[in-house]
Write a protein that binds this ligand. Sequence first.
Ligand SMILES: [Zn+2]
Length: 312
Amino acid sequence: MKILIILCGCLIMSLHAEEYEQISVDVRANNISGNSYYISGYSGSATEFEGFISNAGFVITSDGVLVFDALGSPPLGNALLGEIRKLTDKPIRIVIVSHYHADHIYGLQAFKDEGAEIWAPKGAWDYIDSELSENLLESRRESLYPWVNEETHIVRPNRIFDKDYKFSLGEHEFSINYFGKVHSDGDMSLLNITDGVIYSGDIIFEGRIPFVGDADLVEWAITIDKVRKMPVKYFVPGHGKASNKPNETMDLTYRYLNYLLDKFTVAVEEMQEFDDAYDSIDWSEFEKNNAFEIANRKNAFAAYLYLEKILD
Ligand SMILES: [Zn+2]
C-alpha cells in the first residue's frame, strides 16, 4: 500500500511538471483583510524574474473563489492557483482581468482549466486581435522561455464590461469599476466592498516608475482622481506593495503622470524638440525609483507624442 501511494504521488508530480514548467520565484499569498489575499510580483522589467513582475489577488467566499489577474506565465498562474489550493478547495468561479497586457494574462490558462469564467474590460478584444499581441507572445516565447512557450496562448474572456457593475459572491459584495481606455485599451478595477479592499490593476504602480506605453494620460490622471475618492481601506496596486494607506500607494503614479503632463504640455506648446525638452526637465524627483533607467525616457517620449496629438 505504501509503495502504491508513493508511486501515485510521483505520477501526479511528473504529470504536473509536464504541464507547467518549474519556477524558482517565490509566489506567495498574503492576507490583506478578511478573506482577501494578494500576491506581490518583484519589481523589474517584463522579462526579469521569470516574468513575475505583476500582482494578483483572490477572495475566498462561501460560494467559491474570485481571482483578480492571473500573472505573467502559465506556470505563474498555476503557482497562484497552488497558493489558493493551500487555503481552500472551493471552485474558482471567476477571474477578473484588470486589462489585457501580457504580464497579467499569460497565467489565465491555469484558471481556464479549472472552469473559471473570465471577465474582462471592453478593449480586451482590441488587444487580443492585434498584431502587437501576436508579436509580443512570439517574442516572449524566446525571452521568457521555458515559462512562456509554444503551449502558451491568449485566453479569451467569457464576459466583457463597459460600465461599472455590482455583484455578490457568497457573503461578499463586489463592485467592478470600468475606466475605459486609460493605461491600456481597457482597464477596470475590483472593489471588495465587504473587506474594504481595492485591486486597482495598472492604474497604479507602486515603488517603480509606471509603464506608459500608449496610455491616455489625461484619462489616466482623471481616473486616479476618481479612485482617490473611493471608500477603501486597503490598496492592492497592479505592481508594487499593497498597503493600508491608499493615498500613499497611489502617490508616485499620481505625481509622475501629472509631472509628465505638465512638462510636456509646455514643451509641445513651445514647439521644443523632444531631446531638448527631455534634457531640460529636472527628473530628480523620480530618478531614484525602480525602473527609472529603463522606462523614463520611453515614457517621456510617449507623453510628448500624446500631447502633440491632443494639443494639435
Ligand atoms: Zn502590468
